[in-house]
Design a protein around this ligand. Structure first.
Ligand code: ADP
Length: 687
C-alpha cells in the first residue's frame, strides 16, 4: 500500500487536487478554481481510501521517484484566487452582538447576581449569533480580482503580507469588555450581595497559540484530537489567552462550518512552487478559546484529514507556514507557540528561519510528541520544494535523516525550545532503541529540553453522572447498584447473555499493531470460561477485525465484536464493562484507561508509557492500586493479569468494589496537567 502511495508525485497530486476542487462550499471566500484545469487528470483518487493516522512510518515512504519536483511544476498559471472584499465590513456583525442590551436588564433586576452571567456569557455566545448571521454571504460577496501579486519573490512575501492591515479585523475579546462595563456602572444595588468573584490567578498571564492537525469536536482520529480540545480550555482557567489554529478541512461538520466567521485573508508563497496561495482565516470562539481555521480548498478538501504522505507532505508544509503567517496577519503575537506532532513540526523550523525577523519570530516554541511512530518522512528534494526552507536546515542535526530523507518531526525537535511528550515514562522510553523509532539518538541529544506531562480527560465529556449515552447515570455514591444496570443494558444492546454476574471485559481501540492485539487474540480461548464475556469496539487492520469477528461467531452470546467507530457505544462500554484491556506494545499516554477508571471500570494494562504512569498495580496484600498490570510484552503475562482480575472479581467482591470506588475518585482531570504546561510556558517566558 505504501508502495502504491509513493508512486504518485506529491507535487502534481496536490496541484491536481487543487484544480479539481470547485465551488461547492458555501462559506468559501474564494474559489480557487484555476483558469486551466490540465492537471485534473493527475489526481490519484485511490490514495484517499486510507484510514486515519496514515502517516506511514519512515521505512515505508519509498519516495525515490518523487524527487524532481521543481522541474515540472509550472503551477504558477493556476489558481489565482481572487483578492477579496473587506474584512472590516464582514466582521462588524460580530461586534454588534448587543452586549449593551443584554447587560442592562440584568443590572436592573438584581445587579449583583446578574453581573455574573453577563460577565461570563461572553465571547462564545455573543459571537455566535453574529457568526450565524452570515458567514456564507460574506464570503460570497468576495469580488474576484486579478491576482496581480502572485509572482512575488518567495521569501519575503509571507512577511510583508503578514504585516498587512489588521486594524479592521474583528477583535474577539472586545465584546467581553463591552459587556462588563455597563454592569459595573449601575447604581448601587439594593441587595447587599457580594460582587461576583473574579477568578483569582496565582500565575501571570501568557498567550499561547496551539497549532495542530485535529481537534475535537471538529475533527478527531485519536488522542491528539482530545488533547487539542481539552488542554486549551483548561489553560484558559490557568490565566492563558489561547488561540487554536487548525486546517479548515471540508470534513468538519456543517454545524461548525456555519458558526465560523470570516476573519481575513492574504496570499502566501510556498516553497519553490513559484505560486501565491490563498490563505483564508475563519474564526469560531467557544468557551474562551478562539479557533482559527486556515482555509484553502486546494489542500483541505478530503473527507479525512490524513490521506497519504503524497498529499499530506504538501498539505502540512502549507499549513505550518500559513499558521505563522496568519498570526502575523492578525497581529496576534503569542508568548508561546505550542505545536503538535509531525504535522505542525515545521513550525519551529519556519519560526527560526523564514519568520525570524517577523513579529511572530519572538515567540517561544513547544513541540509535543503524541505518537513518535508518525514523523512525516519523505525525500529531501520534495520537502525542500514544498517547504521552501533554506538548505542549512537539511543537515543531519535537523531535518536530514539517514543521509537522503528529510524528517519533519526531527527538524521540529531540533528547533523547538522545549519538547514534551504525553507521559514521563514515554519521555524516557523514546530515548531507547526499542521505542525511539530511530530518533533515539536525536532525542537523547535534545533530552535537556524534553519532558513528560501526562494527559488528562475532559470531565465535561466524560462524566458517568451526566453522560447522555448511558442507560443509567451514576456517581461514586451509587456506582455499586447502578453499574450492573449498565452492564445488563450493554449485554442486551450487544446480544450477549444477560447476566450481571458475568465478568465483562472491554476493549476499545484502534485495531493496529501498536495496541497489543496479537496478545489478546492469542489468549481469547483461554479467557472464555463461561463466566466471562468480551466486548471489542474498534476498527483498523483487517487481520484483527476478522479474528474478532471469528471469535464472535465461535462464542455466541459471550463475545461481541463491534467493528466500528462509535463514540456513544464507547461510553456505554466504559460504563457497562468490569475491566478494560489495554495491553499496548507502546502507549505514549493512553486515554482509554483513564476513561475506564473514571467510569469505575478497572484497567488491565501493560506497564509501558502513560499506562505505567497512570495505573498503579493492585496489591492483594494491602488492597492498594487501581488495576492489573504486567510488564513484558508476552501473551502469558496478559493472561496472568486477567486471571488475577478474575480471582479478585469472583472471590473478593468487597475488595473489588473498593477499587472501583477508588478509581472513580482518582483525579484524572486536565487541571493538574494544564498547570504543568503553564509552568513550562512560564519557564520559557520568565519576564
Ligand atoms: P490513540 O490516540 O492511540 O488512538 P488513545 O487511548 O490516546 O489512543 O485515545 C483513543 C480515544 O479514542 C479514546 O477516547 C477512545 O475512547 C476513543 N476510541 C478509540 N476507538 C474508538 C472506537 N472504535 N469508537 C469510539 N471511540 C473510540
Amino acid at each position: 500500500m505504501a508502495q502504491k502511495k509513493a508512486q504518485s508525485n506529491p507535487k502534481k497530486t496536490a496541484e491536481a487536487k487543487g484544480a479539481s476542487t470547485s465551488a461547492k462550499k458555501t462559506a468559501e471566500p474564494v474559489k480557487a478554481v484555476p483558469a486551466k484545469s490540465e492537471p485534473v487528470t493527475k489526481t490519484e483518487p485511490a490514495a484517499k481510501a486510507e484510514p486515519a493516522k496514515k502517516a506511514e512510518p519512515a521505512a515505508k515512504a519509498e519516495p525515490a521517484k518523487k524527487a524532481e519536483p521543481a522541474a515540472k511544476a509550472e503551477p504558477a498559471k493556476k489558481t489565482e484566487p481572487a483578492a477579496k472584499a473587506e474584512p472590516a465590513k464582514k466582521t462588524e456583525p460580530a461586534a454588534k452582538a448587543e452586549p449593551a442590551k443584554k447587560a442592562e436588564p440584568a443590572a436592573k433586576a438584581e445587579p449583583a447576581k446578574k453581573a455574573e452571567p453577563a460577565a461570563k456569557a461572553e465571547p462564545a455566545e455573543k459571537a455566535e449569533p453574529a457568526v450565524e448571521a452570515e458567514p456564507a454571504k460574506k464570503t460570497k460577496t468576495a469580488a474576484k480580482k486579478p491576482a496581480a501579486k502572485k509572482a512575488k519573490p518567495a521569501a519575503k512575501k509571507a512577511e510583508t503580507e503578514a504585516q498587512k492591515p489588521v486594524a479592521e479585523e474583528a477583535k474577539p475579546a472586545e465584546p467581553v469588555a463591552e459587556v462588563a462595563a455597563p454592569v459595573a456602572e449601575q447604581p448601587a444595588a439594593p441587595v447587599a450581595e457580594p460582587a461576583p468573584a473574579q477568578p483569582q490567578y496565582d500565575t501571570p498571564r501568557r498567550s499561547v497559540a496551539f497549532i495542530g492537525s485535529e481537534c475535537h469536536p471538529f475533527v478527531k482520529t485519536g488522542g491528539l484530537g482530545d488533547v487539542m480540545y481539552a488542554l486549551p480550555r483548561e489553560l484558559v482557567n490557568q490565566n492563558c489567552d489561547v488561540r487554536v489554529i487548525l486546517p479548515r478541512y471540508a470534513c468538519i461538520p456543517q454545524k461548525y462550518q456555519d458558526k465560523m466567521v470570516y476573519r481575513g485573508e492574504f496570499y502566501m508563497d510556498l516553497g519553490e512552487t513559484g505560486r501565491s496561495y490563498y490563505v483564508g482565516i475563519m474564526e469560531y470562539i467557544c468557551d474562551g478559546v478562539v479557533y482559527d481555521f486556515i482555509d484553502n480548498q486546494e489542500f483541505f478538501t478530503d473527507g479525512n484529514p490524513y490521506v497519504s504522505l503524497v498529499d499530506d507532505i504538501p498539505k502540512y508544509c502549507f499549513f505550518s507556514k500559513a499558521a505563522l503567517a496568519a498570526l502575523n496577519y492578525m497581529n496576534w503575537i503569542p508568548d508561546v507557540i505550542h505545536c503538535h506532532d509531525w504535522q505542525a513540526a515545521l513550525v519551529p523550523v519556519y519560526l527560526r528561519t523564514l519568520f525570524k525577523d517577523s513579529p511572530v519570530g519572538r515567540a517561544k516554541t513547544v513541540l509535543t510528541i503524541h505518537n513518535l511512530r508518525f514523523q512525516g518522512i519523505y525525500n529531501i528534494p520534495t520537502i525542500r520544494y514544498w517547504s521552501g526552507l533554506p538548505a542549512e536546515v537539511f543537515n543531519m542535526g535537523a531535518l536530514q535523516q539517514a543521509w537522503r530523507d528529510a524528517n519533519m518531526l526531527k527538524g521540529g525537535l531540533a528547533y523547538a525550545d522545549r519538547i514534551t511528550t504525553v507521559s514521563n515514562t514515554y519521555a524516557w522510553e523514546i530515548q531507547t532503541p526499542e521505542y525511539g523509532e530511530q530518533l533515539e539518538d536525536h532525542l537523547r541529544y535534545h533530552s535537556y529540553k524534553l519532558r513528560g506531562i501526562v494527559n488528562g480527560i475532559d470531565y465535561g465529556m466524560w462524566n458517568p453522572a451526566t453522560d447522555p449515552a448511558l442507560a443509567v447515570n451514576y456517581d461514586i455514591t451509587n456506582v455499586l447498584e447502578r453499574k450492573p444496570q449498565n452492564k445488563l443494558a450493554l449485554q442486551k444492546e450487544l446480544g450477549l447473555v444477560e447476566d450481571e454476574g458475568k465478568l465483562v471485559v472491554g476493549l476499545i481501540s484502534r485495531l493496529t499493531n501498536q495496541k497489543g492485539l496479537d496478545l489478546v487474540n492469542a489468549i481469547v480461548p483461554q479467557i472464555m470460561d463461561g463466566n466471562t464475556q468480551v466486548v471489542v469496539l474498534g476498527t483498523g487492520d483487517k487481520e484483527y477485525e476478522d479474528t474478532f469477528r471469528y471469535y464472535e461467531n465461535a462464542y455466541k452470546g459471550m463475545f461481541s465484536a463491534c467493528i466500528q467507530y462509535d463514540e456513544a457505544r464507547a461510553h456505554r462500554i466504559y460504563a457497562g464493562a468490569d475491566v478494560l484491556l489495554v495491553p499496548s506494545r507502546f502507549e505514549p499516554c493512553g486515554l482509554t484507561q483513564l476513561n475506564a477508571m473514571h467510569y469505575g471500570t478497572l484497567p488491565i494494562v501493560r506497564e509501558t508509557g502513560g499506562l505505567k504512569d497512570t495505573v498503579q498495580p493492585y496489591n492483594v496484600f494491602n488492597g492498594e492500586g487501581n488495576g492489573f498490570t504486567f510488564d513484558r510484552y508476552d501473551a502469558g503475562l496478559l493472561l496472568d493479569a486477567i486471571n488475577r482480575a478474575k480471582t479478585e472479581y469472583f472471590t473478593s467482591r468487597y475488595h473489588w468494589d473498593e477499587v472501583v470506588q477508588r478509581d472513580m475518585a482518582k483525579d484524572v482531570s486536565w487541571a493538574n496537567s494544564a498547570r504543568q504546561y503553564k509552568d513550562l510556558y512560564l519557564e520559557l517566558t520568565p519576564w
